[in-house]
Design a binder for this molecule. Structure first.
Ligand code: NAD
Length: 351
């Protein structure tokens, strides 16, 4: 690598990341680190020009303080979600850019995969037939056709998922804080969605309002036998309340690609470690719960787009002087509302 190249420190690196970043990168020296970003590992950024982080990195205030001390001016999140970022701590010091959309299809298709697997138990059938056990006992599912699915969050992923559901003949109702204007989606209040849905799928971001959206009170309102699918962020569900709802047979099955305390476990091989999270262990032990390790995004198309857009975000910052940082986000735009006196109108950046 040439000595004049800008240096990017890349946290929580996995082999599937390097393949695509190495293909797309020509202008940076990338220092791949397996470790996650946190206030201690942030010191590794000394001498670097930018940080690239992912969903389970700690981009809280303490980390940002260290990165700012180390003269880091930009953190490129290689994700759409950003609930791990303390935007207030970053504002005015470190620009935060992200990849707002890489493949809504990847996540929406995985959501349907979870629902189909839960319902028709193909994961169990695979194991059984490999053992020449051809029994069907315990495999009875339901027709999805004609059932009511409640979709919470009708943004990019929610909308693609709704289209997939239409193909299955599901009847769709939806709830969104900011419903799509002039759309053909049937919006209802949250309460009605809880009461009417046979399946509930979560596609809203994690915010103060959505934290534990599915809690004890919400489960109490749901139809007995509802399927719950979450490919959004773990903390949208109160996991202990979900366990109770599974025990009470309110929830017929749960497909979870995310878990509220996933940072410690997901993306890592923990097969020879004692998992000291009883809620996770109990969820895993339920035959009607499927947990995948935050893999809904993991398609070739999505990884390629993530690498492409992350490099473009960095190029806008480093090489296209004072140009619009297209995918910058701050604590003001994070709210989703139109902000008066938004700095982007004048200086093309959040600050
Ligand atoms: P998006 O911003 O396009 O859509 C989010 C939708 O949620 C918007 O329509 C918004 O109005 C709505 N919303 C916001 N607050 C709400 C609330 N309080 N109640 C109901 N709706 C609310 O986002 P997207 O690209 O569709 O992604 C959705 C979520 O999926 C992301 O926030 C991210 O957490 C998650 N995600 C997960 C993976 C994965 O691999 N599992 C990958 C990408 C994204």
């Amino acid at each position: 690598m040439g000595i004049n190249l800008k240096k990017i420190i890349f946290y929580d690196t996995k082999p599937y990341d390097t393949v695509w970043f190495d293909k797309k990168n020509t202008d940076y020296e990338i220092l791949y680190q397996e470790t996650k970003l946190n206030p201690y590992t942030a010191r590794l950024a000394r001498g670097c020009d930018a940080v690239c982080a992912f969903v389970n990195d700690d981009v809280g205030k303490e980390t940002i303080d260290v990165l700012a001390e180390e003269n880091i001016k930009i953190i490129a999140m290689r994700s759409a979600g950003y609930s791990n970022v303390d935007f207030k701590a970053a504002y005015g010091r470190v620009h935060i850019v992200r990849v707002p959309a890489y493949s809504p299809y990847a996540v929406a298709e995985h959501t349907m995969a979870l629902l189909l697997t839960l319902n028709r138990k193909t994961h169990k059938a695979y194991n059984r037939t490999r053992d020449f056990n051809f029994s069907l006992v315990g495999f009875t599912g339901v027709d999805l056709h004609g059932k009511i699915i409640g979709v919470i969050g009708t943004g990019k992923i929610g909308r693609v998922f709704i289209d997939i559901c239409r193909g299955f003949g599901l009847n769709i109702i939806a709830y969104d804080l900011y419903p799509q204007k002039e759309s053909d989606i049937c919006y209802v209040e949250l309460e009605e969605l809880f009461e009417k849905s046979d399946i509930i799928s979560l596609h809203a971001p994690l915010t103060e309002q959505t934290k534990h959206l599915l809690n004890k009170e919400a489960f109490a309102k749901m139809k007995k036998g509802v399927f719950i699918i979450n490919t959004s962020r773990g903390a949208l569900i109160d996991s202990s309340a979900l366990l109770d709802a599974l025990n009470d047979e309110i929830v017929r099955g749960a497909g979870l690609d995310v878990y509220e305390e996933e940072e410690e476990f997901f993306f890592e091989d923990m097969s020879s470690v004692i998992i000291k999270d009883d809620v996770l262990s109990l969820l895993m032990s339920r035959p009607n719960v499927i947990i995948t390790s935050h893999q809904a995004f993991l398609t070739e198309e999505a990884l390629e787009k993530i690498a492409e857009v992350t490099i473009r975000n960095l190029n806008e910052f480093f090489y296209e002087d004072r140009e619009l940082l297209t995918n910058e986000i701050c604590y003001q735009c994070e709210t989703g509302k139109v902000v008066e006196n938004c700095k982007r109108n004048q200086c093309k950046r959040c600050f």
